[in-house]
Design a protein around this ligand. Structure first.
Ligand code: LHQ
Length: 259
């Protein structure tokens, strides 16, 4: 698939996916959602990719749905969501590798949801966050009702969602909406460094940890213990476990290969 609205580039084991409609603050379109889905699927099938970074070009991360696309008439919004973001968000959550969202500017509406679907959020000090939906008379979508309460807790998530208040990066960090905040000029370098570190991890165990933890949120302890036992058995058969164990016994750093 030819990409028109995103850019994809590889640095070592790290795949950078950049939303690339800066003149519209990287607002999402059906086309962009299709491209994101394609890029995520390709990364997951490529054993050379062991970490994915999502970021935005220009001064914004993502302003959510491109509202100008609806100037000629609003489509069946339910069908639009099912065909677009409802496919992209689970694809990111299900990626068998760590996903960093490098938030370079405003993350609004579905753009905020996109950031919430990633595993680690690193933000520029110029970034802002808003559940913009309510200002349009809409409810959070693209996983906003599911992900935000899990990330920052129900009371804060509900308040953000019904007020549409804009959080600055420092506040977002204080309440756990982002993992870290760095000066804007350092964002790319800090993201690259973190991504490189994550890409050197035992990728299968990282992917399985994501999967287990997400499922465990809706499990009993007994079921979570059983799921851990089954997955751990699988992990104990990987090359990376053999390497991790050998490195420990030989008192050296492990060299994981992601398999
Ligand atoms: C935009 C957008 C935008 C188009 C800025 N679209 N052009 C909902 C409904 C149905 C189906 C599926 O999904 C969804 C999910 C959603 O995501 S709903 C939420 C949609 N997003 C919003 O409501 C956010 C709207 N934007 C804003 O509130 C502000 O633009 C933010 C806070 C993002 C940034 O504010 P500023 O930094 O002051 O920038 P600006 O407002 O001056 O915008 C710059 C340009 O970007 C401007 O265009 P212009 O031609 O006037 O220079 C905006 O119109 C355009 N833009 N967001 N979502």
């Amino acid at each position: 698939m030819e990409y028109e609205q995103i850019k994809v580039s590889r640095e070592g084991g790290v795949e950078w996916v950049t939303l690339a409609r800066p003149e519209r603050l990287n607002a999402l379109t059906a086309r962009m959602a299709g491209e994101l889905l394609d890029a995520v699927g390709r990364a997951n099938r490529d054993p050379g990719v062991r970490c994915l970074v999502v970021t935005g070009e220009g001064r914004a991360f993502c302003a959510g749905q491109d509202l100008k696309e609806f100037s000629g008439g609003v489509p069946d919004v339910g069908e639009h969501l099912r065909a677009t973001y409802n496919r992209v968000i689970p694809a990111i959550l299900d990626l068998d590798m760590p996903v960093i969202c490098s938030i370079n500017g405003v993350a609004a509406g579905a753009g905020f949801s996109l950031a919430l679907a990633c595993d680690i959020r690193i933000a520029s000090d110029a970034a802002t966050f808003t559940q913009a939906f309510i200002k349009l008379g809409l409810v959070p979508d693209s996983g906003g009702t599911y992900l935000l309460p899990r990330v920052i807790g129900y009371p804060r998530a509900l308040r953000m969602s019904i007020t549409g208040d804009v959080l600055d990066a420092r506040t977002a960090s204080a309440i756990g909406a982002v993992n870290e905040v760095v000066p804007a000029a350092l964002l790319r370098g800090e993201t690259a460094e973190l991504a490189k570190r994550l890409a050197a991890l035992p990728t299968r165990a990282v992917g399985a940890t994501k999967n287990l933890m997400r499922r465990a949120m809706a499990m009993t302890l007994e079921d979570a213990l059983e799921a851990e036992a089954g997955t751990q058995r699988e992990m104990a058969g990987t090359d990376d476990f053999a390497e991790g164990l050998a490195a420990f016994l030989e008192k050296r750093d492990p060299a994981f290969r992601g398999r």
